[in-house]
Design a protein around this ligand. Structure first.
Ligand SMILES: [Zn+2]
Length: 473
């Protein structure tokens, strides 16, 4: 504003003294101009210093953010390797449990088989017992039969023995007959009895063998039952170990979630820190280009005022005209029915769309200040100059993307349009209110198609934007 008054003073003095002394006027003007330039240079230097400390501060924040990200990443790596380790252990446990289950099943099969064998042996023992009993009965009845026969022989021969039977022969032929008969009876009885005795002994041996076999089998079954119990114990231990590992895995997963959330937050924060940060070199270049354009614009504005003053003087000299109303500098209507800011309306909306971010502090911790507003809409949506002015810079910035700066001399404001898809104007171009200057885009540090719009009083300065809503209808 000071500079404005300075220009006006120079202008008025110029008009007053123009008719008296041409030399004085140009000398005066030159001095004033030198002073003005000197002042502007000082101001630029001051601005550059301020900017440098702001950039340093942002860079510090970015460094801090980067350090935190690296730390979190290495924590994630550790958790990842812990997780891989735990998963490998879990897999080993699971295969151990599967193997133990197989062994248990095998052992159960064997136990079942052994039980069957024991049952078979028991049946065999029972069968042998029956057979032995049968044989004993047979031997008993045979003995009984022999006794009967002997008794009948003795009865037949009175009180005689076999020998008496033989000796009682009437003739040699009778003797032979008698001896043969007795021998036959004796031999056959003896043979039968011997055979039966042998059978019985064999059966008994067999029974002992089968009983031994059964005992062996029962021992084996006991061993198998013990094996099975051991396997069940092993399995129970493995299951407990697996549960512990599951618990560890859950904890690790939770830790991982925490780290990933932190990482996302840090990344968002980094995006925000990067979004509207210019390098010192870029900033100084912008300030320099802007200074040249603004100087020129002011010069032109001054000429325009001079011209108007001249015209007015002529009109007054003629003194026969009614007053011409001021040009249509009145209130402009809202050019954006979907958005309403309620400001003074000295600027028109730069684009149609949805306001996705306000001027002010970002919502998250350490998010910094947002020096403009964001308007989102489709790619290529028309971006319009918000007032008459001159393009003070049109270029591609690594952070702002395709960017246009417009200086509005009548309002002494600068407006900034960032992340454009295309630029339709160049530095030094004059633009009028509502003129399309480019299309909406997603260039630079941007996340989705949107317009980042800033308003600055006087020239542009990094982190010096004021709330655009105060100027929008
Ligand atoms: Zn923005």
């Amino acid at each position: 504003m000071k500079r404005c008054y300075l220009i006006l003073t120079v202008l008025i003095m110029g008009i007053i003294f123009s008719s008296t002394s041409v030399f004085a006027e140009s000398a005066n003007e030159l001095d004033e101009k030198v002073d003005e330039l000197e002042e502007e240079k000082n101001q630029i230097n001051q601005e550059a210093n301020g900017v440098e400390s702001e950039v340093n501060e942002t860079e510090g924040k970015i460094d801090e953010n980067q350090e935190q990200q690296e730390e979190t990443e290495s924590e994630i790596e550790v958790i990842n390797s812990d997780l891989a380790d735990t998963q490998a252990k879990l897999q080993a446990k699971e295969s151990d449990i599967a193997a133990t289950n197989n062994k248990i099943a095998e052992t159960e099969d064997e136990i079942a088989k052994t039980e069957e064998e024991i049952q078979e042996l028991k049946d065999e023992i029972e069968a042998l017992k029956d057979e032995i009993k049968e044989l004993e009965e047979k031997i008993d009845s045979r003995e009984e039969l022999l006794k009967d026969r002997l008794r009948s022989i003795q009865q037949n021969g009175g009180n005689t023995s076999y020998l008496e039977v033989i000796l009682g022969a009437q003739s040699f032929g009778d003797f032979i007959n008698r001896a043969t008969a007795v021998t036959k009876i004796m031999d056959s009885d003896k043979k039968i009895m011997e055979e039966q005795q042998a059978d019985k002994e064999k059966m008994e041996e067999n029974k002992v063998a089968v009983e031994e076999n059964k005992e062996d089998m029962e021992e084996k079954q006991e061993g198998l039952e013990e094996d099975k119990q051991d396997l069940e114990d092993t399995k129970a231990t493995l299951v407990v170990q697996k549960q512990e590992l599951d618990g560890i895995q859950v904890t690790l997963n939770d830790q991982m979630d925490d780290r990933q959330n932190l990482m996302e937050q840090l990344e968002t924060e980094e995006e925000e820190l990067h979004e509207h940060k210019m390098s010192l070199a870029e900033e100084q270049e912008t300030l320099q280009q802007q200074a040249t354009v603004i100087e020129q614009a002011k010069k032109e504005a001054k000429q325009k005022i001079e011209q108007l003053a001249e015209e007015q003087r002529k009109e007054e000299e003629e003194a026969n005209n009614s007053s011409g109303g001021p040009s249509d500098a009145g209130v402009q209507s809202n050019n954006n029915p979907s958005l309403s800011a309620g400001g003074n309306g000295s600027l028109a909306w730069p684009a149609a769309g949805t306001k996705t971010s306000n001027y002010g502090y970002r919502s998250f911790d350490g998010g910094g200040f947002h020096y403009g507003i964001d308007i989102a809409n489709g790619k290529g949506t028309a971006i319009k100059a918000v007032a008459d002015g001159v393009v003070s810079r049109s270029y591609v910035s690594s952070s702002y993307g395709n960017t246009i700066f417009i200086y509005h001399p009548e309002l002494d404001l600068t407006t900034v349009y960032a992340h454009l898809n295309s630029r339709g104007v160049s530095s030094g171009d004059s633009v009028s209110r509502g003129q399309q200057i480019g299309g909406m885009g997603d260039t630079g540090h941007s996340f989705g198609d949107h317009l980042h719009f800033e308003v600055h009083i006087g020239g542009w300065k990094q982190h010096n934007g004021v709330n655009p809503l105060n100027y929008l209808p």
